[in-house]
Design a protein around this ligand. Structure first.
Ligand code: GZL
Length: 337
């Protein structure tokens, strides 16, 4: 809306000289948001963050599309935003490739694109990306496990990995990061399967793993909280104990409140946070663009590493020491999501 009015005024000097002022509603910034879907608690928090920030009270008209984990739907949503001539497009890309054609169309339409969370790996036709370092998350998981195993006297690591949606940068980074540390330490990754970041997917994969590897594994890496819940259900049904007091180390990525509560209760051994609250940083990018400024192209969101016990209080990643925080009532109370 705002772009159209400004465009109209700019193209006729006469209109500019007799403009009687643009009504308040014309200052509304229209934002099209093509969201991955609704597959996980993390996604719910991500969507809420955008709805809270890009609200009518804050001067926005948010055109939100839940793409239900379907890449074809997501591309169509972006093309519809172009048709609507929105002022800005936000994309959380379901998968990392297949984007250059539609981003070229956005560029030709003069609509800035801001990518959040997952990355686009086959095009740079966007003004900024705001999200997490997934490779670092995977490395953090591996480095924590190395220190934890040493502290607990666990001599052999035989791990099973429940991956996120295959082809997503979150799945790629977490898988590659953990594998990098596993290879450095001679660990065995018995299997690695796609659980699609859902609880049902996590349970299904864990049930299959139990059939194939029962008695052989002592670590389960779930690439998000919801998959970890599914793995808990499958292991519970099979009489396999997990968590700090159990036979199997169970870790998760994301760190939504239910997962942090499970961590504190000893239902998880460690959680590697992935912060879903990108919208405030995205709004800063839009404000910079509105002011004619150039935003940073790559903007990482801060996140931390958490454990049930304090046997590992820090890990070293790329030469930098990073804290591992024990989940306590006080830490839990301070969580934003
Ligand atoms: C990661 C995000 C992932 C979460 C999952 O930033 O894209 O997708 O880890 C979510 O919970 O489904």
């Amino acid at each position: 809306m705002k772009k159209k009015i400004l465009g109209l005024l700019a193209c006729t000097a006469l209109a500019a000289s007799i403009a009687v002022g643009v009504s308040a509603e014309d200052d509304v910034i229209t934002v099209g948001f093509a969201q991955v879907g609704h597959e996980s608690d993390w996604r719910t928090a991500s969507t809420k963050s955008a709805q809270d920030v890009f609200s009518a009270d804050n001067g926005y008209d948010l055109q939100f599309v839940d793409c239900d984990n379907d890449s074809a739907v997501q591309l169509e949503a972006v093309r519809n935003f172009i048709e609507q001539d929105v002022d800005y497009i936000i994309i959380d890309p379901i998968v990392a490739t297949g984007w250059d054609t539609v981003l070229t169309e956005c560029e030709e339409a003069g609509i800035p694109v801001i990518v959040i969370d997952r990355t686009i790996d086959d095009s740079d036709k966007y003004v900024a990306w705001v999200g997490s370092d997934f490779l670092k998350e995977g490395i953090a998981c591996g480095e924590w496990l190395k220190a934890y195993a040493e502290a607990k006297g666990i001599e052999e690591i035989n791990a099973l990995v429940i991956e996120g949606t295959n082809g997503s940068s979150a799945q790629i980074g977490r898988t590659d990061g953990f594998k990098q540390v596993a290879d450095e330490n001679g660990w065995t990754i018995l299997d690695s399967q796609d659980g699609d970041f859902t609880q049902a997917g996590g349970q299904e994969v864990m049930e299959s793993f139990i059939k194939s590897y029962e008695g052989q594994f002592n670590v389960v890496i779930a690439q998000n909280d919801n998959e970890a819940y599914g793995a808990q259900d499958a292991m519970k049904a099979a009489g396999i104990s997990y968590g700090p007091e159990g036979d199997v180390v169970l870790v998760s990525f994301d760190g939504n409140k239910p997962a942090m509560e499970a961590l504190q209760a000893g239902e998880l051994t460690a959680v590697f946070e992935c912060n879903p609250l990108a919208a405030p940083a995205v709004e800063e990018v839009i404000k910079q663009l509105e002011a004619g400024e150039t935003p940073e192209k790559t903007q990482y969101i801060t996140e931390g590493w958490y454990a049930n016990e304090d046997v590992v209080t820090s890990i070293t990643i790329d030469g930098n020491e990073e804290p591992v925080t024990q989940m306590t009532d006080e830490v839990l109370a301070g969580r934003a999501y």
